[in-house]
Design a protein around this ligand. Sequence first.
Ligand code: FAD
Length: 192
Amino acid sequence: MSTPLHAPDLAAPASQPWSADQDETLRCVQIRKETVDVKTFILAAKGPRSFRYLPGQFITLELQINGRSVNRCYTLSSTPTRPDLVSITVKRVPGGVVSNWLHEHLRVGMDLGAMGPSGDFSCFKAPAQRYLFLSGGSGVTPLMSMTRALHDLGSDADIVFVHCAQPCRCAVPGRAEPDGAQHDTTAAGHRV
Ligand SMILES: Cc1cc2nc3c(=O)[nH]c(=O)nc-3n(C[C@H](O)[C@H](O)[C@H](O)COP(=O)(O)OP(=O)(O)OC[C@H]3O[C@@H](n4cnc5c(N)ncnc54)[C@H](O)[C@@H]3O)c2cc1C
């Protein structure tokens, strides 16, 4: 059965800013398997919303799992330059409550409670002409967002992106490259 298209009202007036104090219901509209233990969950607002946040910021999921409330932070791996949807990219943690629940139980069409974006870790707070992005494992997600945003904005910043991952599980940084970044004349990404 095909999934109904998520169709936001693209002509609607801009919505209120998305705030860290604000509870929001997000609907899962797509799930991508990135590696054996990493999935990206694409999330949409239920009502009209244009998501505004700094690349590198995180949201806090508020879940009920086995009758208990649990909160976990996940960085937005999406870019605010594409504001109709957000995504989180979650690595399974052995024995972990939330990461495994998301991998095993979250399905397209399900809703999640979340608090809006927080955090100061963003290169957009300290603009520069050259960036050295260093990450390991699931720590790649804020840098994915920053790289995608710089690319979408036509930045000519020179970015060196060094990522460490377990052998054979390293598909995440490949996905992190903005579409066409290797061939593009704007934001320059180097594979090291
Ligand atoms: C700002 C921020 C951004 C983040 N962004 C991302 C992201 O983009 N992607 C991502 O994948 N993760 C991210 N994380 C990590 C994420 O928030 C979770 O910590 C992670 O998914 C693990 O949560 P969990 O519920 O699966 O594991 P938990 O249930 O919290 O368990 C973690 C580990 O502790 C062990 N454990 C739990 N309880 C006990 C106990 N009583 N005794 C001994 N061991 C125990 C578990 O077995 C497991 O190995 C981020 C964290 C922060 C703070």
